[in-house]
Structure formats: structure tokens, C-alpha cells
Design a protein around this ligand. Structure first.
Ligand code: HEC
Ligand code: HEC
Length: 335
């Protein structure tokens, strides 16, 4: 089975594949969503797709491998476990038991060391979420609103592809990306949340339904952070080191945020998305904060997904905040 899909940019260049053929449980999901679920399972067991899919099965529909049948049983079990025991919340995933092994350890290792006597550990003291957010806003100077337009120029490096030059024009609603491909040609893509177009060597096409799902998923992973994402129910759960930085971990309903205890800046966001096989994480690291107009913005964005072929690193060279973007930029070109 080939690596799939080849995401070089903020959209994958999806092959316009036929509809899914042999889905018995994961019904109602689009192909990119099935893809993500597959990678959640793959990551849970730390295997390649071939572990369950025959090497010559280019579409994934064949049922020749017993591991695939076993995986179907396991998907049913996970759905059942979550429905019965966790109020339908997608708490248990393949990783819960497998922990990155095809065969989970089912019994504790022997011999067992005598555990140390319990010592009282003083409870950690955390600052309030409000003070963390205030410190963040003070650190960046001021917060942009989602409708502030911006033009970002720099490079994009996907995990397996070459580094490419990329320009993104974003007015909060519409997004356009222009990418200089290694062969010298230009690839342009624009997307407004519901529709989009692609211009490549072969001409101009409308985005197909799978492209739109890919575009939405990619846009959300690289999306900027706004403090409004952290609701009233958020709380500080712990502190942790990320690289050389100490960070407070703020837990909101669908994401966790790591704020630098020193500088106050946001270092990491991990958003969770529900799926039939449990919550799927999407990690975005924000780094290299620099002045861009009246505020500091992260010039380095790193996205890590359960799909190791997707995601990637964007290093911006310039970010123009409030840039005037002509409406024609987003319109589908003729021919
Ligand atoms: C742990 C086993 C397992 C792994 C690993 C796995 N798959 Fe699957 N895959 C399945 C099962 C089970 C189904 C069928 C799901 C169903 O019936 O709802 C499936 C279905 C699919 C389908 C739908 C095919 C069709 O048309 O019916 C595709 C595509 C697919 N897998 C691709 C992949 C890719 C790509 C990877 C690696 C990133 C992968 N799978 C990894 C078990 C696995
Ligand atoms: C509640 C714990 C648990 C969860 C959750 C779980 N598994 Fe398993 N899985 C096991 C155990 C235990 C075995 C080994 C069973 C055995 O040896 O007979 C196993 C075996 C397997 C095997 C066979 C491995 C082999 O080498 O033959 C596959 C494939 C598998 N699981 C896939 C999955 C997938 C995919 C998920 C998530 C959808 C999942 N499992 C979730 C406990 C779990």
C-alpha cells in the first residue's frame, strides 16, 4: 500500500479516488477522515499500514489479512467500551492498551521491586487561567482578531517532501496559498471554508469533496491561537518542560495549551478530535515569536499528527498584518 496521501502543502494533492469500497464499521466518514482514523490505529500499535493491509492492496479494501479482521473486532470493542463505560466519550483508544505495541503487555513484569513507602508530596500550586491568559496577552502586545488579514511568506517543509517556498494570504474567511514546487512550477490553492479551487500544471479545477476535508483539517492544524478558544471551564492541570522551557498546562474541553511560565507565550496546542476509535490528537508548536507590527507572532509553526506523512513545519520570513488583499486573489482564475 502506498504512502497516502502526499501532503506537500496546506492541502494534500489527493488522487481523486473511487468511493470507499469495504467499510463495515467506520461508516459515514469521508476518505480523509478514514485516513486519519487509520493513522490513529497505526500509531496506537506503532505499525505500518501493511500490518493490516496486504502490500499489493493499493486501496485498502481487501480483507486477506487476519490482522484486519482482528482490528475490526477491536474497533467494535473500543466503541462498545466507550459507550458502556465512559458515557459515550471517546476515552479509550487503541493506544490505551497497545501503547505502541502490536501485542499489548497483558500482565505485569516479574520480579517486582518493593515500592517505596509513600511520602507526602506537597501539592503543586498553579496560577489561575485568567492570570496565564493576561500574561500571554501582555507578552504578545495585543491580540489579533480572526478577521485581521495577513500575508505570510516563508517555507513549508512536510515530513517527507522537499522544502518549498510558500505564500499564504488569509483574510480570516478566505485563504490562498501559492507554492513554488521543486520543478519550478507554481501551485495555487484557495479555500473559503466551503469551496475552493486548485491551479496546477494541468489547469484550474474546483476542489473535490475530499480536497475540501483535507483543506479544512490542514487549515485548522496550522490555525493561529486566540485566547477566546479557552473557555470558562478551562483549568491548569500541571506544569511540564517543553524543550528548555517550563510550561503551565491549561486544559480546555477539546484541547490542551502549554504556556511558557517565564515569557508567558504559548508554546504548544494539542487539540482533540472525536472519532469512533477514540480522541485523535493534533499538535501545533508555536516558536520564534517576533514583532509583526504592534504584536508578537510566532514565525515558526510545527504541526505533528498521528499521520506521520502529513503536518510539517512552516518558517515565515515575513508576516504582514492588516495587509490589503485584493478580492480577486481568492477568485477562481479563468483557464
Ligand atoms: C490495525 C489494523 C489497521 C492498520 C494499521 C491500518 N488499517 Fe486501514 N483498515 C483497517 C480496517 C479494519 C479497515 C476496515 C474498517 C471498516 O470496515 O469499517 C480498514 C480500511 C481502510 C481503508 C478503506 C478501504 C475501502 O475502500 O474499504 C483504507 C483506504 C485504509 N484502511 C487505509 C489505511 C492506511 C493508509 C493505513 C496506514 C496509514 C491503514 N489503513 C492502517 C485496519 C487497519
Ligand atoms: C482493552 C484493551 C485493548 C484495546 C483498547 C485495543 N486492543 Fe487490540 N489487543 C488487545 C489485546 C490484549 C490483544 C492480544 C490478544 C491476544 O493475544 O489474543 C490485542 C491484539 C490486537 C491485534 C492482533 C495483533 C497481532 O499481533 O496479531 C490487533 C490487530 C489489534 N489488537 C488492533 C487493535 C486496534 C486497531 C485497536 C483500536 C481500535 C485495539 N486493538 C484496541 C487489547 C486491546
Amino acid at each position: 500500500m502506498r504512502k497516502w496521501p502526499i501532503v506537500i502543502l496546506f492541502l494534500s494533492l489527493s488522487v481523486h479516488a473511487q468511493p470507499l469500497q469495504n467499510i463495515q464499521i467506520l461508516k459515514g466518514l469521508t476518505r480523509p477522515e478514514v485516513q486519519r482514523v487509520m493513522n490513529e490505529m497505526r500509531a496506537g500499535l506503532d505499525v505500518h499500514c501493511h500490518f493490516c493491509h496486504a502490500a499489493d492492496d493499493t486501496h485498502g479494501a481487501s480483507d486477506v489479512k487476519p490482522q484486519k479482521a482482528k482490528a475490526r473486532e477491536m474497533i467494535r470493542m473500543v466503541m462498545d467500551l466507550n459507550a458502556r463505560n465512559f458515557g459515550g466519550k471517546p476515552v479509550v483508544t487503541c493506544f490505551t492498551c497497545h501503547n505502541g505495541h502490536p501485542r499489548p503487555a497483558t500482565i505485569p513484569p516479574l520480579p517486582q521491586a518493593v515500592p517505596p513507602d509513600t511520602v507526602e508530596v506537597p501539592a503543586k500550586v498553579f496560577p489561575s487561567v485568567t492570570s496565564i491568559i493576561q500574561k500571554y496577552v501582555a507578552a504578545v502586545g495585543r491580540e489579533l482578531t480572526p478577521t485581521t488579514s495577513r500575508v505570510l511568506k516563508g517555507t513549508h517543509k512536510s515530513p517527507t517532501g522537499p522544502q518549498v517556498q510558500i505564500t499564504v494570504a488569509d483574510n480570516g474567511e478566505k485563504l490562498r496559498g501559492d507554492i513554488q514546487l521543486p520543478d519550478g512550477t507554481l501551485l495555487s490553492q484557495a479555500y473559503d471554508g466551503t469551496a475552493g479551487w486548485i491551479r496546477d500544471k494541468s489547469g484550474v479545477h474546483d476542489m473535490q469533496p475530499d480536497d475540501l476535508v483535507n483543506a479544512r483539517m490542514s487549515r485548522r492544524a496550522f490555525a493561529p491561537f486566540y485566547t477566546s478558544a479557552i473557555g470558562d471551564d478551562a483549568h491548569v492541570v500541571d506544569s511540564e518542560k517543553i524543550g528548555d522551557h517550563n510550561a503551565w498546562i491549561v486544559e480546555a474541553s477539546n484541547a490542551r495549551y502549554w504556556f511558557d511560565t517565564g515569557s508567558g507565550l504559548l508554546l504548544r496546542r494539542v487539540a482533540y478530535f472525536n472519532s469512533p476509535v477514540g480522541r485523535i490528537p493534533e499538535q501545533t508548536d508555536f516558536d520564534d515569536y517576533r514583532d509583526a507590527g504592534a504584536q508578537k507572532l510566532p514565525f515558526l509553526i510545527r504541526v505533528a499528527l498521528v499521520d506521520p506523512w502529513s503536518g510539517g513545519t512552516r518558517q515565515w520570513e515575513s508576516i504582514q498584518v492588516g495587509a490589503a488583499i485584493a478580492p480577486e486573489e481568492f477568485e477562481k482564475p479563468q483557464g
